[in-house]
Design a binder for this molecule. Structure first.
Ligand SMILES: Cc1cc2nc3c(=O)[nH]c(=O)nc-3n(C[C@H](O)[C@H](O)[C@H](O)COP(=O)(O)OP(=O)(O)OC[C@H]3O[C@@H](n4cnc5c(N)ncnc54)[C@H](O)[C@@H]3O)c2cc1C
Length: 451
């Protein structure tokens, strides 16, 4: 009944990214036998901007001691830009974001799990999963079989475990973003201000540069009669420059359904046009390098309603734990991995495992992830809203400070939300309206990305 305490069969964690490595470390540190399976050998790369809000260090205090083993960079300034060119600079009184290279950060997290006593099996590409009353059986591509009383699935956005067990048949194309990004050494491409995160929301490059079908709007710099988006709608995407110590990440991302409907160019053509536009504006110098370019999907439609069933818990991208506005996933992957491990460690019947895990996720990160999806849809629905929020950052210094306090871990999301709603009661009505609209606009069956 209490699978976690079984000395015979280890708990299996599939995927050794931030979610899996965190879960494995937490289980091993509590004295539980845990085997971490990954199809890759570490260090391995993961397409990612590598930006982590500083609150991760408060949530996982052991990171602070470990981070000096890898190259890190911190920033205290955020340049935020809207689709009409409006911009604002937000400054924090201390580091607000930590920047890492995933190839190094993930290997570090795996080392921490191994140091705590977890076992790593690399080259285990899981292709099948089956669950019965006694446990879970996983089969690898090379025929190896692994059995366990409990499986924590941390196998990313294309989770095979979620698919094989019928927990997620595929993300709707409106619930994933295609993030097109390169991580290039500073010697080849450099941003001119490495002390600042540069983020554009609803990013709308010119049609000449990027071959996009434009919004047919008098406010838009471009007109196109074949436009597939309405007048005031924003591009459903973002663009960013994340400085690292020795590299720079430059990327542009769009909700996949929007990319397919409204953008004609291939991912790398889009990226090259974006970099060249940044260069023209004097924001970067140097060249884009295709060999460092890695487009990849991010689930941005909010967590699955059931991020687990029976003996299997889905964590990180596999469960959809990503912020819909910022596309931040590392922090939520680590939190969900940790909560999955804690649910396993509770000495309670396995029949309650998935429910306890879902409740724990809901309590700690549910509200912010749900709100982020509503806010994302609210902002993309009208580009003037993005402009208003960016403009408001100048005037609403108190609100900006609260958001920064949340990002660095000085205040919880619950407190931030309460304060925002007290200051702007209309916001509550708007969030409810978006929630209703979201329910009505649920994608038709079959409008999914195969995972
Ligand atoms: C281009 C891009 C930029 C991003 N930028 C940021 C950012 O700046 N900040 C941020 O917080 N988030 C960012 N994200 C999101 C972030 O990368 C993810 O949310 C995060 O990596 C999720 O961690 P995870 O552990 O769930 O999954 P992953 O990091 O994807 O790890 C999954 C692991 O599972 C293994 N695996 C997969 N399938 C199998 C299988 N069948 N068998 C065995 N092993 C398997 C993989 O090899 C991998 O090691 C970005 C995403 C993208 C695509």
């Amino acid at each position: 009944m209490i699978a976690a305490s079984s000395p015979r069969e280890p708990i299996l964690v599939v995927g050794a990214g931030p979610a899996g490595a965190t879960a494995a470390r937490a289980l091993a540190a509590a004295g539980v036998r845990v085997r971490l399976l990954d199809r890759a050998a570490f260090p391995r790369n993961k397409p990612c901007g590598g930006g982590i809000s500083m609150r991760a260090l408060r949530r996982f205090p052991y990171l602070e001691l470990a981070l000096p083993r890898i190259a890190t960079h911190t920033v205290a300034r955020l340049h935020l830009e809207g689709p009409g060119g409006e911009s604002t600079l937000i400054e924090s009184d201390g580091p607000a974001a930590l920047l890492v290279r995933r190839v190094e950060f993930d290997a570090l997290l795996v080392s921490l799990a191994l140091e705590a006593g977890a076992e790593l099996v690399s080259g285990a590409d899981i292709v099948q999963a089956a669950e019965d009353a006694h446990g879970v059986t996983l089969t690898a591509r090379d025929g190896r079989r692994f059995q366990a009383p409990i499986v924590i699935a941390a196998d990313g956005v294309h989770s095979v475990i979620a698919r094989r067990l019928g927990l997620n048949r595929g993300w709707p194309t409106s619930s994933v973003a295609l993030d097109m990004m390169e991580e290039t050494p500073r010697a080849e491409l450099r941003d001119l201000d490495p002390s600042t995160l540069w983020v554009a929301y609803g990013y709308e490059p010119s049609i000449e540069d990027c071959g996009m079908r434009s919004a047919d709007s008098s406010e838009s710099p471009i007109r196109n009669p074949q436009s597939s988006i309405r007048n005031s709608q924003a591009r459903q995407g973002y663009a960013y420059i994340f400085p690292k110590r020795d590299h720079v990440n430059v990327g542009i991302g769009y909700v996949l359904s929007h990319y397919r409907e409204a953008i004609d160019q291939s991912p790398y053509e889009l990226q090259r046009g974006f970099v060249s536009r940044l260069r023209d504006r004097g924001i970067v110098s140097g060249e884009s390098n295709r060999s460092h370019f890695t487009p990849f999907l991010i689930p941005v439609g909010g967590p699955l309603r059931q991020p687990g069933r029976g003996r299997v818990l889905l964590t990180g991208d596999a469960g959809g734990f990503v912020n819909g506005v910022t596309a931040e996933g590392i922090y939520y992957a680590m939190v969900s991995g940790d909560l999955a491990a804690r649910a396993v460690l509770e000495r309670a019947p396995v029949s309650t495992l998935a429910r306890r895990y879902r409740r724990a996720c809901d309590y700690e990160i549910g509200a912010e992830l749900r709100d982020s999806v509503l806010l994302q849809r609210f902002l993309f629905a009208d580009r003037r809203r993005i402009a208003r929020i960016i403009g408001g950052a100048h005037r609403e210094r108190q609100v900006t400070q609260w958001i920064l306090d949340f990002a660095v871990g000085r205040q919880s999301y619950r407190t931030l939300r309460r304060r925002l709603l007290a200051r702007s009661p209309m916001l509550l009505g708007r969030l409810w309206w978006e929630r209703l609209a979201k329910r009505k606009a649920l994608p038709a069956a079959g409008a999914t990305v195969t995972i």
